[in-house]
Design a protein around this ligand. Structure first.
Ligand SMILES: NC(=O)c1ccc[n+]([C@@H]2O[C@H](COP(=O)([O-])OP(=O)(O)OC[C@H]3O[C@@H](n4cnc5c(N)ncnc54)[C@H](OP(=O)(O)O)[C@@H]3O)[C@@H](O)[C@H]2O)c1
Length: 247
Protein backbone atom coordinates (compact mmCIF):
# COMPACT_ATOMS: atom_id res chain seq x y z
CA UNK A 1 0.00 0.00 0.00
CA UNK A 2 1.32 3.44 -0.97
CA UNK A 3 1.35 6.41 1.36
CA UNK A 4 -0.52 8.52 -1.20
CA UNK A 5 -3.04 5.93 -2.40
CA UNK A 6 -6.18 7.61 -3.75
CA UNK A 7 -4.63 11.11 -3.66
CA UNK A 8 -4.42 13.51 -6.59
CA UNK A 9 -1.25 15.61 -6.71
CA UNK A 10 -0.46 18.55 -8.98
CA UNK A 11 3.27 19.21 -9.25
CA UNK A 12 4.12 22.30 -11.28
CA UNK A 13 7.43 22.24 -13.12
CA UNK A 14 7.61 18.46 -13.11
CA UNK A 15 9.02 17.98 -16.61
CA UNK A 16 12.53 18.04 -15.12
CA UNK A 17 14.60 18.41 -11.98
CA UNK A 18 13.25 18.06 -8.46
CA UNK A 19 9.63 18.36 -9.67
CA UNK A 20 10.11 15.35 -11.91
CA UNK A 21 11.73 13.34 -9.08
CA UNK A 22 8.79 14.26 -6.84
CA UNK A 23 6.33 13.18 -9.54
CA UNK A 24 8.05 9.78 -9.73
CA UNK A 25 8.05 9.36 -5.94
CA UNK A 26 4.44 10.48 -5.46
CA UNK A 27 3.29 8.15 -8.26
CA UNK A 28 5.24 5.26 -6.71
CA UNK A 29 3.39 6.03 -3.44
CA UNK A 30 0.05 5.68 -5.22
CA UNK A 31 -0.86 9.28 -6.14
CA UNK A 32 -2.43 10.21 -9.45
CA UNK A 33 0.02 12.84 -10.62
CA UNK A 34 -0.59 15.92 -12.77
CA UNK A 35 2.71 16.74 -14.47
CA UNK A 36 3.05 20.33 -15.71
CA UNK A 37 5.54 22.40 -17.68
CA UNK A 38 5.93 23.91 -21.13
CA UNK A 39 7.94 21.19 -22.87
CA UNK A 40 5.62 18.53 -24.28
CA UNK A 41 8.31 15.97 -25.09
CA UNK A 42 9.66 15.97 -21.54
CA UNK A 43 6.14 16.04 -20.06
CA UNK A 44 5.14 13.01 -22.14
CA UNK A 45 8.34 11.19 -21.13
CA UNK A 46 7.57 11.71 -17.42
CA UNK A 47 3.99 10.43 -17.83
CA UNK A 48 5.21 7.46 -19.90
CA UNK A 49 7.70 6.44 -17.21
CA UNK A 50 5.12 6.74 -14.43
CA UNK A 51 2.71 4.57 -16.41
CA UNK A 52 5.42 2.06 -17.34
CA UNK A 53 6.15 1.72 -13.61
CA UNK A 54 2.46 0.98 -12.93
CA UNK A 55 1.39 4.48 -11.83
CA UNK A 56 -1.16 6.98 -13.06
CA UNK A 57 -0.46 10.46 -14.46
CA UNK A 58 -1.49 13.04 -17.00
CA UNK A 59 0.38 16.07 -18.24
CA UNK A 60 -0.89 19.61 -18.71
CA UNK A 61 1.11 22.15 -20.69
CA UNK A 62 0.96 25.63 -19.17
CA UNK A 63 3.33 28.60 -19.02
CA UNK A 64 3.53 30.17 -15.56
CA UNK A 65 3.94 33.56 -17.24
CA UNK A 66 0.49 33.18 -18.82
CA UNK A 67 -2.50 34.57 -16.89
CA UNK A 68 -4.41 31.37 -17.81
CA UNK A 69 -1.77 29.15 -16.13
CA UNK A 70 -3.86 28.40 -13.02
CA UNK A 71 -7.18 27.80 -14.76
CA UNK A 72 -5.57 25.60 -17.42
CA UNK A 73 -4.02 23.28 -14.83
CA UNK A 74 -7.01 23.38 -12.47
CA UNK A 75 -9.60 22.66 -15.17
CA UNK A 76 -7.61 19.80 -16.71
CA UNK A 77 -7.05 18.22 -13.28
CA UNK A 78 -10.70 18.44 -12.27
CA UNK A 79 -11.75 17.03 -15.63
CA UNK A 80 -9.34 14.08 -15.37
CA UNK A 81 -9.55 13.22 -11.66
CA UNK A 82 -12.39 15.30 -10.13
CA UNK A 83 -10.46 16.38 -7.04
CA UNK A 84 -7.11 17.68 -5.75
CA UNK A 85 -5.38 16.67 -2.51
CA UNK A 86 -1.82 17.93 -2.92
CA UNK A 87 -0.32 20.91 -4.76
CA UNK A 88 3.41 21.42 -5.06
CA UNK A 89 4.20 24.89 -6.41
CA UNK A 90 7.60 24.14 -7.88
CA UNK A 91 7.82 25.74 -11.36
CA UNK A 92 10.51 28.37 -11.38
CA UNK A 93 13.00 30.39 -13.38
CA UNK A 94 16.27 32.08 -12.48
CA UNK A 95 17.12 35.38 -14.13
CA UNK A 96 20.80 36.31 -14.23
CA UNK A 97 19.99 40.03 -14.61
CA UNK A 98 21.93 42.19 -12.19
CA UNK A 99 20.68 44.90 -9.80
CA UNK A 100 22.29 47.80 -11.68
CA UNK A 101 20.76 47.01 -15.06
CA UNK A 102 17.68 44.84 -14.54
CA UNK A 103 14.51 46.14 -16.18
CA UNK A 104 11.06 46.14 -14.60
CA UNK A 105 9.97 43.52 -17.16
CA UNK A 106 12.86 41.19 -16.27
CA UNK A 107 12.18 41.65 -12.58
CA UNK A 108 8.47 40.95 -12.94
CA UNK A 109 9.11 37.81 -14.99
CA UNK A 110 10.77 36.15 -11.97
CA UNK A 111 8.04 37.43 -9.64
CA UNK A 112 5.21 36.28 -11.91
CA UNK A 113 6.63 32.85 -12.76
CA UNK A 114 8.04 32.03 -9.31
CA UNK A 115 5.39 33.56 -7.04
CA UNK A 116 2.25 34.93 -8.69
CA UNK A 117 1.55 31.68 -10.54
CA UNK A 118 1.82 29.77 -7.22
CA UNK A 119 -0.64 32.15 -5.54
CA UNK A 120 -3.15 31.97 -8.40
CA UNK A 121 -3.05 28.17 -8.64
CA UNK A 122 -3.34 27.82 -4.85
CA UNK A 123 -6.33 30.18 -4.93
CA UNK A 124 -8.05 27.86 -7.44
CA UNK A 125 -7.20 24.66 -5.60
CA UNK A 126 -7.90 25.73 -2.00
CA UNK A 127 -11.74 25.64 -2.22
CA UNK A 128 -11.60 22.02 -3.43
CA UNK A 129 -9.36 21.05 -0.51
CA UNK A 130 -11.49 23.03 1.95
CA UNK A 131 -14.67 21.31 0.74
CA UNK A 132 -13.13 17.87 1.26
CA UNK A 133 -11.66 18.86 4.65
CA UNK A 134 -8.02 18.14 3.89
CA UNK A 135 -5.18 19.31 1.70
CA UNK A 136 -1.45 19.90 1.48
CA UNK A 137 0.28 22.72 -0.36
CA UNK A 138 4.06 22.67 -0.68
CA UNK A 139 5.88 25.74 -1.98
CA UNK A 140 9.39 25.45 -3.34
CA UNK A 141 11.38 28.49 -2.25
CA UNK A 142 15.19 28.41 -1.89
CA UNK A 143 17.93 29.09 0.61
CA UNK A 144 18.20 32.42 -1.20
CA UNK A 145 14.72 33.06 0.19
CA UNK A 146 16.39 32.81 3.58
CA UNK A 147 19.48 34.93 3.01
CA UNK A 148 20.55 36.80 -0.10
CA UNK A 149 23.10 35.48 -2.56
CA UNK A 150 25.13 38.06 -4.49
CA UNK A 151 23.47 38.71 -7.85
CA UNK A 152 20.16 37.21 -9.04
CA UNK A 153 18.29 40.17 -7.55
CA UNK A 154 14.91 39.21 -9.02
CA UNK A 155 15.30 35.53 -8.08
CA UNK A 156 16.34 36.36 -4.51
CA UNK A 157 13.36 38.71 -4.15
CA UNK A 158 10.95 36.15 -5.62
CA UNK A 159 12.13 33.42 -3.25
CA UNK A 160 11.83 35.72 -0.21
CA UNK A 161 8.29 36.39 -1.45
CA UNK A 162 7.65 32.63 -1.68
CA UNK A 163 8.62 32.33 2.00
CA UNK A 164 6.16 35.10 2.89
CA UNK A 165 3.45 33.60 0.70
CA UNK A 166 3.84 30.25 2.45
CA UNK A 167 3.35 31.79 5.89
CA UNK A 168 0.43 33.98 4.74
CA UNK A 169 -1.31 31.03 3.08
CA UNK A 170 -0.77 28.81 6.13
CA UNK A 171 -2.58 31.42 8.25
CA UNK A 172 -5.40 31.86 5.74
CA UNK A 173 -6.00 28.19 5.04
CA UNK A 174 -5.59 26.57 8.49
CA UNK A 175 -6.76 24.30 9.93
CA UNK A 176 -8.01 22.41 6.87
CA UNK A 177 -5.07 22.88 4.53
CA UNK A 178 -1.45 22.54 5.58
CA UNK A 179 0.87 24.93 3.76
CA UNK A 180 4.61 24.47 4.07
CA UNK A 181 7.65 25.15 1.97
CA UNK A 182 11.06 23.74 1.15
CA UNK A 183 14.19 25.85 0.80
CA UNK A 184 16.55 23.76 -1.32
CA UNK A 185 20.25 24.45 -1.38
CA UNK A 186 22.24 23.62 -4.52
CA UNK A 187 20.51 20.66 -6.18
CA UNK A 188 21.79 18.86 -9.30
CA UNK A 189 19.26 19.96 -11.93
CA UNK A 190 19.09 21.85 -15.22
CA UNK A 191 18.72 25.09 -13.25
CA UNK A 192 22.03 24.46 -11.45
CA UNK A 193 23.64 23.74 -14.84
CA UNK A 194 22.31 27.07 -16.13
CA UNK A 195 24.41 28.93 -13.55
CA UNK A 196 27.65 27.02 -14.06
CA UNK A 197 26.92 23.60 -12.58
CA UNK A 198 28.47 22.11 -9.48
CA UNK A 199 31.84 23.77 -10.04
CA UNK A 200 30.29 27.24 -9.67
CA UNK A 201 29.08 26.19 -6.23
CA UNK A 202 32.48 25.12 -4.82
CA UNK A 203 32.57 28.08 -2.38
CA UNK A 204 29.10 27.17 -1.12
CA UNK A 205 29.94 23.46 -0.94
CA UNK A 206 32.93 24.42 1.25
CA UNK A 207 30.44 26.06 3.66
CA UNK A 208 28.13 23.04 3.59
CA UNK A 209 28.36 20.47 6.39
CA UNK A 210 27.78 17.54 4.01
CA UNK A 211 30.30 18.95 1.46
CA UNK A 212 28.23 18.17 -1.62
CA UNK A 213 25.28 19.33 -3.70
CA UNK A 214 21.94 17.55 -3.37
CA UNK A 215 19.87 15.31 -5.61
CA UNK A 216 16.29 16.04 -6.72
CA UNK A 217 15.16 12.88 -4.97
CA UNK A 218 16.34 14.36 -1.66
CA UNK A 219 13.83 17.18 -2.14
CA UNK A 220 11.15 14.69 -3.21
CA UNK A 221 11.38 12.77 0.07
CA UNK A 222 10.89 15.93 2.13
CA UNK A 223 7.95 16.86 -0.11
CA UNK A 224 6.45 13.41 0.61
CA UNK A 225 6.75 14.07 4.36
CA UNK A 226 4.94 17.40 3.87
CA UNK A 227 2.24 15.74 1.74
CA UNK A 228 1.22 13.18 4.38
CA UNK A 229 -0.11 13.16 7.94
CA UNK A 230 3.47 12.47 9.08
CA UNK A 231 3.70 16.28 9.12
CA UNK A 232 0.30 16.81 10.81
CA UNK A 233 1.65 19.39 13.33
CA UNK A 234 3.86 21.19 10.80
CA UNK A 235 2.32 24.32 9.28
CA UNK A 236 3.67 27.54 7.81
CA UNK A 237 7.22 26.19 7.95
CA UNK A 238 10.09 26.44 5.50
CA UNK A 239 12.38 23.43 5.72
CA UNK A 240 15.95 23.98 4.56
CA UNK A 241 17.14 21.00 2.56
CA UNK A 242 20.66 22.17 1.82
CA UNK A 243 23.11 19.72 3.35
CA UNK A 244 23.81 22.16 6.19
CA UNK A 245 24.96 25.45 4.66
CA UNK A 246 26.67 27.66 7.27
CA UNK A 247 25.72 25.47 10.24
N1 LIG B 1 18.41 23.47 -8.48
C1 LIG B 1 18.65 24.21 -7.43
O1 LIG B 1 19.79 24.29 -6.97
C2 LIG B 1 17.52 24.96 -6.76
C3 LIG B 1 17.79 25.54 -5.52
C4 LIG B 1 16.77 26.19 -4.84
C5 LIG B 1 15.51 26.27 -5.40
N2 LIG B 1 15.27 25.72 -6.63
C6 LIG B 1 13.91 25.80 -7.15
O2 LIG B 1 13.43 24.51 -7.45
C7 LIG B 1 12.39 24.60 -8.43
C8 LIG B 1 12.62 23.56 -9.50
O3 LIG B 1 13.80 23.85 -10.19
P1 LIG B 1 14.87 22.74 -10.64
O4 LIG B 1 16.13 23.05 -9.99
O5 LIG B 1 14.28 21.40 -10.53
O6 LIG B 1 15.07 23.21 -12.16
P2 LIG B 1 14.69 22.58 -13.57
O7 LIG B 1 15.18 21.20 -13.70
O8 LIG B 1 15.14 23.59 -14.55
O9 LIG B 1 13.09 22.53 -13.53
C9 LIG B 1 12.31 23.68 -13.63
C10 LIG B 1 10.89 23.25 -13.92
O10 LIG B 1 10.07 24.43 -13.97
C11 LIG B 1 9.37 24.47 -15.20
N3 LIG B 1 9.26 25.85 -15.65
C12 LIG B 1 10.24 26.77 -15.79
N4 LIG B 1 9.73 27.92 -16.27
C13 LIG B 1 8.40 27.70 -16.44
C14 LIG B 1 7.33 28.50 -16.92
N5 LIG B 1 7.52 29.75 -17.36
N6 LIG B 1 6.10 27.95 -16.95
C15 LIG B 1 5.89 26.69 -16.55
N7 LIG B 1 6.84 25.88 -16.09
C16 LIG B 1 8.10 26.40 -16.04
C17 LIG B 1 10.21 23.64 -16.17
O11 LIG B 1 9.36 23.07 -17.15
P3 LIG B 1 9.46 23.38 -18.74
O12 LIG B 1 10.89 23.54 -19.08
O13 LIG B 1 8.80 22.18 -19.36
O14 LIG B 1 8.65 24.62 -18.92
C18 LIG B 1 10.75 22.54 -15.26
O15 LIG B 1 9.84 21.48 -15.17
C19 LIG B 1 12.41 26.05 -8.92
O16 LIG B 1 11.37 26.78 -8.30
C20 LIG B 1 13.76 26.56 -8.45
O17 LIG B 1 13.77 27.95 -8.26
C21 LIG B 1 16.25 25.07 -7.32
Amino acid sequence: MGRLDGKVAIITGSTSGMGRDTAYLFAKEGAKVVVTGRNEKRAQAVVDKIKADGGEAIYVLADAADPNFASTIFDATMEAYGTIDILMNNAGMLSLAQFATITAEEFMADININVTSALMLSQKVAPVMKAKGDGHIINIASIVGWAAHWGFVAYVTSKHAMVGLTKAMANELAPTIHVNGICPGAIKTAMLDSVGGEAAFDPMIARTALHRVGEGSEIAHVALFLATTDSSFVDGQLIRVDGGVDV
